[in-house]
Design a protein around this ligand. Structure first.
Ligand code: ATP
Ligand code: MG
Length: 104
């Protein structure tokens, strides 16, 4: 939900947001990609810090508190996985993670 919320929030109205899910060899893979504003390479690590918003100005358009990705990363890591991000400024971003399916 958090990744989709961000994708929509940081993508202009004419852009696209894709949610892709796949069950693959005992894992559920989830990928959210957008054609939005992207994230500068040298700031990628910062976005997972609590209360960090790349546009911290009081005039920024997007709302929020900067907690979404920090929580998402902790939840994914608590399940023994990692979150990946690939992004290019002005082109878009892709966030992905996989969770092991536990049956029984
Ligand atoms: N898909 C994205 N495209 C571009 N920038 C992003 C994207 N997702 C996150 N960011 C950047 O990372 C920052 C932190 O994201 P995070 O989800 O933690 O906070 P938020 O969305 O600003 O607030 P909250 O999630 O608490 O509502 C965002 O403010 C934005 O600068
Ligand atoms: Mg968010």
């Amino acid at each position: 939900m958090q990744l989709v919320d961000n994708a929509i929030k940081f993508t202009p109205p004419a852009g696209k947001v894709h949610l892709f899910t796949e069950r693959d060899e005992g894992f559920l893979k989830i990928q959210v990609s957008d054609t939005g504003i992207g994230i500068p390479a040298d700031r990628i690590e910062q976005i997972f810090e609590p209360f960090v918003q790349l546009d911290g100005s009081s005039t920024r358009k997007a709302g929020g508190t900067g907690l979404g990705l920090a929580l998402a990363r902790r939840i994914i890591e608590a399940h023994g996985s990692v979150i990946h991000v690939h992004s290019e400024e002005s082109k878009g971003s892709t966030f992905s993670f996989a969770l092991k399916i536990v049956s029984g």
